[in-house]
Design a binder for this molecule. Structure first.
Ligand code: ADP
Ligand code: MG
Length: 347
């Protein structure tokens, strides 16, 4: 067993030693995983009546994350969540992931162990098997690429393209929090760069910091909807912001939409922090991104089944394409929704 207390150089361990070290505690939990890490390829067995769902995301240091304020353990956890969220957005259940990393020699074995602690914690919490990956070196920053594999019965799958006129547009949880968490972290980084003696002031921002650093994929929404006997007509996860995602649904479903500003769920901490930064909380929800909530449309006839559900908010409805994609603000004025959020704020 390797001694964790020493700061081991990557070059001492070598590629195979490193893989072994990082994956030593991986246990297989799913029936569909026949062979995990250790051979030339993993082997999966999915029953013939199931559909396999696969999604990949790549995260690049300096583009998608900043290691000056993101702990590696959180980064590992979030990298997995980003991928699981895509599988849940198909109304499928994730079962396996592969993890590929490119690392520069400025990383120690300990720091990669932290990354894998986060990845393993996410796998354990969501019942996912880590079944393989690839390890290589990088001249600059850290790159993480994760592929998630899941399953669904064919009739369970939900695409972006299925929204119907008069569908209710629903969203889980609340929006804009991850973006405001990022604003706090970036502010404290600027303060630190100006005066490294100052301690970061993160007090009172726990909810939005958690939304940014350790988001949870909405595993529960699919279960809630099945229990209520609702099958969404369309669904997408919110990685780029509500505006961009609703436009994807409307574009692929060939329809329009009307959503109401007053309905957009925004947490109090998000709201107050946005105000303190002189930002419009609605714009943060529309364009902030990284919330990893689910946006979906359901038949109007299912309204009674969800209207009292605290995890789900109805934002508006699907319209004919000719009506356009509209946001009705709190004073009743109508605005075109754009991928950047809302045209009224682009002036
Ligand atoms: P190959 O030379 O066939 O690509 P590797 O030596 O890269 O094999 O990998 C050996 C085993 O370790 C494989 O099962 C592979 O999937 C797994 N593996 C490699 N890198 C990682 C990683 N970063 N995380 C998890 N598993 C990994
Ligand atoms: Mg390899």
């Amino acid at each position: 067993m390797l001694d964790n207390s020493t700061k081991m150089e990557l070059s001492q361990l070598g590629e195979f030693g490193l893989i072994k070290h990082l994956t030593q505690f991986v246990e297989i939990k799913n029936e569909s995983t026949v062979k995990g890490i250790g051979d030339d390829a993993a082997v999966l067995h999915y029953p013939a009546d199931k559909r396999m769902v696969i999604s990949t995301d790549m995260l690049v240091e300096g583009i998608h994350f900043d290691l000056s304020y993101v702990p590696l353990k959180h980064l590992g956890y979030k990298s997995v969540m980003v991928n699981l969220s895509d599988i849940y957005a198909m109304n499928a259940r994730p079962r396996q992931i592969t993890v590929s990393i490119a690392v520069s020699n400025r990383f120690s074995t300990d720091s990669l162990e932290e990354l894998y602690n986060g990845i393993t914690a996410a796998c354990n919490k969501y019942g996912i098997d880590l079944i393989g990956g690839d390890t290589t070196s990088s001249r600059a920053g850290l790159i993480i690429s994760i592929t998630a594999i899941g399953e669904a019965a064919q009739e369970e799958l939900v695409y972006r393209s299925g929204a119907k006129v008069n569908d209710l547009i629903c969203v889980s949880g609340d929006l804009g929090g991850a973006y405001m968490g990022l604003q706090i972290l970036e502010r404290e980084k600027r303060v630190y760069l100006e005066n490294p003696k100052l301690q970061p002031d993160l007090e009172g921002y726990d909810y939005i910091l958690e939304r940014q650093l350790m988001p949870e994929a909405r595993k529960d929404i699919g279960d809630i909807l099945r229990e209520l006997n609702i099958k969404p007509n369309s669904m997408i996860d919110i990685s780029d912001g509500l505006a961009s995602e609703i436009l994807h649904i409307c574009d692929q479903s060939d329809c329009g939409c009307t959503i109401y500003e007053e309905k957009i769920p925004i947490d109090q901490q998000t709201f107050e922090t946005a105000r303190a930064f002189h930002l419009d909380p609605t714009v943060c929800a529309l364009s902030g991104g990284e919330d990893y909530e689910l946006l979906f449309t359901i038949p109007l006839t299912d309204h009674d089944k969800i209207k009292n559900n605290p995890d789900i908010t109805v934002l508006g409805h699907i319209t004919e394409k000719a009506t356009g994609c509209m946001l009705v603000d709190k004073t009743g004025n109508r605005h075109n929704i754009t991928a950047q959020g809302w045209d009224a704020f682009k002036k």
